[in-house]
Design a protein around this ligand. Structure first.
Ligand code: ADP
Ligand code: MG
Length: 661
């Protein structure tokens, strides 16, 4: 067995299982070894039933004191039973697991592990895990990896497969030799990967994570430095014209608002770059709502008036459509032609866009990664912008840059990175920061409340809608599975519509819908034909509806703070007072503390820093899945020190290591 072998070589993995693994990107054995857990479960001594409070994750050793009841809900099968120890009783509840009826029986004792909810006056554990006392003893105080799963792929399957290849992990070649490892105080690669999948304790795991983070940073910095070498002193073939520069004031006058100081400075930087002898390579950093789009629009205007095409790449189709509409409106008076290119475009329309990009009829094109597919050719691409850049890797960024004849590059990001770190991560770029929000914005009012506040929240939403405003409701998550969450969104929207009454128009949005459907719903919301949008987190990035004034987030405790900050950033984009309601369902001490950070502050930098202080046990991975540069293990905040070490290593050994990546 070798690293590059197909995973069907692993004992116990047949074609069918391999096909499932393939869906999560695991094709060969090396992929399997790099399939990192999402988090770890830590199993602790069972406690007595009367000692647990709402929101705790706890283990209890109980006897089943009732029969096992199965009932059919509207969309779920529900299994319930009562269990008790000497101190009290507790109800257990599972969704869609009817077979449990044949597994669990009255009179038997198990250790149940799960989170506690208080419903009325009784304690309930939803979807608890159950173990015989003997099996539980074996797991006590161990850390069990929890892998990202999809339908058909169980945690057990991943763990078993990894056990089969663990001997291979030991003998993994390490691109960092002993000396370098000692110098930067990191453990061996094989050892690190072994500990990630089979950790003994938190300390050992911590060292493993550090090593993997170090590698990620080092790879990244070496990649970026290569781009930098290529970019250095590129002579500019796309200088903007004097005419374009002189028309900027007129363009700004047509915006309908005055640019903030930060926006002005960013525009000045861009104009200076684009009229210099060198190619622009600039990052615009500004918190959600700081008005980055219009800065991008000015750059596009400069390019188009100077006779060059501009392209703007965004991470989702919904966002592409929104930018397309905004830019079309903005550029109409100047007779500039804007095009839209996304993956779901009909073949016929797509061909037409290709043609118009090639013959130069289109001045400005907005799109998803479809913009960098092989087929797209440009007449004269002079400017490439990526919005919400953290969603794209360095390689993708480079690819779009290679499309034209050395176009200017502009990148926009809302990720609040301290300047010292930004300089390392964006070593190849110049940076402009937009610090302030547009004048006249009112500070978003926040409240963190329990589920009992729901009726009041609905009433509040009804009022805002009656006053002509709109609202978002981020739906509770049932589990980390798109299909169940999607179903849940539909359910929730039904119930919400009933609660709000027929005068309020409610629609829903989730990731499982077809792109076309998503666009229709989104447009209906943006055009105010929908008052309340119930959604999963698909609306997280970039969406701009200044008329929306309420963001209500169910199960807020389940999201990362950075993600919640992004979600909240969907409101407070106009002049009206906006509100964010965080529903804290679990109310554990930890979630109360975390949400308090958001309640107290609307500042992305502050939130990012606090987020890291409040990390829970077992949360080593994926804590900031969103709103960040796409590192899998490394975290720019908590690993800031490792980033600096990697930077040193890159300077000292980058040339040596560059070829071994
Ligand atoms: P983000 O930085 O999050 O991408 P957007 O560019 O979407 O923010 O801008 C948010 C909203 O603020 C938009 O409706 C935009 O028209 C508006 N806006 C941008 N700049 C200003 C400004 N200087 N004054 C008033 N409103 C502005
Ligand atoms: Mg934006």
């Amino acid at each position: 067995m070798r690293l590059e072998d197909n995973i069907t070589e692993v004992k116990g993995i047949g074609e069918k299982t391999a096909a499932t693994f393939s869906k999560v990107g695991v094709n060969c054995i090396a992929d399997l070894i790099r399939y990192y857990p999402r988090s770890y479960k830590i199993y602790e001594q069972p406690v007595s039933v009367n000692s647990i409070s709402e929101g705790d994750r706890a283990a209890v050793f109980c006897k089943i004191v009732s029969g096992v009841a199965v009932s059919r809900g509207r969309r779920f099968t529900i299994v319930t039973l009562s269990a008790a120890d000497d101190t009290g009783s507790i109800k257990m509840l599972w969704f869609n697991m009817p077979f449990l009826r044949n597994v669990l029986h009255k009179g038997e004792s198990y250790v149940f592990v799960g989170s506690i909810k208080i419903v009325g006056s009784s304690r309930v554990m939803e979807m608890p895990e159950y173990y015989t006392q003997f099996n539980y003893q074996k797991m006590l105080s161990t850390m069990q990896p929890v892998y990202p799963l999809i339908s058909g792929l169980t945690n057990n399957m991943v763990t078993k497969a990894l056990k089969e290849v663990s001997w291979l992990i030991d003998s993994l070649p390490d691109w960092l030799n002993d000396d370098i490892r000692r110098e930067y105080n990191v453990i061996g690669l094989g050892e690190a990967l072994k500990r990630v999948h089979f950790p003994k304790n938190r300390e050992e795991l911590g060292e493993a994570i550090e090593r993997l983070a170090f590698d990620e940073f080092l790879h990244f910095i070496i990649d970026v430095s290569k781009i930098k070498e290529n970019n250095i002193k590129l002579i500019n073939g796309h200088k903007v014209s004097e005419e374009a520069l002189s028309r900027m004031a007129g363009f700004e006058a047509g915006l309908g608002f005055k640019l903030t100081e930060g926006q002005k400075a960013a525009v000045d930087d861009i104009a200076a770059d684009m009229s210099s002898d060198h190619v622009m390579n600039r990052l615009i950093q500004g918190d959600v709502g700081s008005g980055k789009t219009v800065v991008a629009a000015e750059a596009l205007y400069l390019a188009a008036v100077s006779g060059y095409q501009g392209a703007m790449m965004v991470p989702t189709e919904v966002l592409a459509e929104q930018h397309f509409n905004e830019l079309t409106k903005l550029f109409k008076p100047y007779k500039l032609k804007v095009g839209l290119l996304t993956g779901s475009l009909a073949a016929k329309d797509r061909r037409l866009i290709y043609e118009r990009l090639k013959n130069g009829e289109i001045d400005i094109v907005v799109g998803t990664h479809a913009l960098i597919t092989e087929k797209v050719e440009y007449k004269n691409l002079g400017l490439v912008i990526t919005d919400e850049q953290h969603r794209f890797g360095v390689k993708q960024r480079e690819k779009l840059g290679l499309k034209g004849d050395m176009p200017h590059v502009l990148i926009m990001s809302a990720t609040p990175i301290p300047r010292t770190l930004a300089i390392i991560l964006y070593a190849d770029m110049d940076i402009s920061v937009i610090k302030e929000l547009p004048a006249g914005r009112k500070r978003i009012k926040n409240c963190v409340v329990g589920t009992d506040y729901r009726p009041s929240a609905y009433k509040f939403i009804r009022n805002e809608v009656a006053n002509g405003h709109q609202a978002y409701v981020i739906c509770p998550m049932v589990e980390e599975s798109e299909s169940v969450d999607a179903e849940n969104v539909v359910n929730y929207a039904d119930e919400l519509a009933a609660a709000l009454g027929s005068s309020v128009r409610v629609k829903y949005l989730h990731g499982r819908m077809k792109e076309q459907e998503k666009l229709e719903v989104m447009n209906s919301f943006l055009n105010h034909e929908t008052d309340v949008l119930v959604s999963t987190t698909v609306i997280e990035v970039g969406i701009n509806n200044p008329n929306a004034t309420v963001m209500m987030i169910e199960n807020a405790e389940r999201f990362g703070l950075a993600q919640l900050h992004q979600l909240r950033g969907r409101v407070g984009r106009g002049d009206a007072q906006s509100y964010c309601i965080f529903i804290n369902v679990k109310k554990s001490d930890e979630s109360v503390k975390r949400l308090k950070v958001l309640e107290d502050s609307n500042d992305g930098f502050y939130i990012a820093a606090e987020d890291l202080k409040l990390r829970g046990p077992g949360e080593f991975f994926g804590i900031r899945q969103s709103g960040d540069i796409a590192f899998r293990v490394a975290d720019i905040y908590s690993h800031a020190d490792i980033l600096r070490r990697a930077q040193e290593a890159a300077i000292k050994y980058g040339g040596l290591l560059g070829n071994e990546q």
